[in-house]
Design a protein around this ligand. Structure first.
Ligand SMILES: [Zn+2]
Length: 69
């Protein structure tokens, strides 16, 4: 399990965070969150910006230490 904060992946000072087993699971959870909390940002998203976000997310995910549990 890893925990990623919204603020790490472009969410500004948003305090929301996701704990997930896989990057795909975390992305799905952030997707749900973004629809409500970052609707403005989502409205401006393009296929290119989503692709860039995915690449950035994967880097953050990879560089985040897994939680010891
Ligand atoms: Zn957020």
């Amino acid at each position: 399990m890893k925990t990623i904060k919204c603020s790490q992946i472009g969410g500004g000072d948003c305090p929301f965070e996701v704990t997930a087993e896989t990057a795909e699971e975390a992305k799905a959870k952030f997707g749900e969150h973004a629809k409500e909390a970052h609707a403005e940002m989502m409205a401006k998203a393009t296929p290119e910006s989503m692709q860039e976000w995915n690449v950035m997310f994967d880097k953050v995910w990879e560089s985040t230490e897994a939680l010891a549990n």
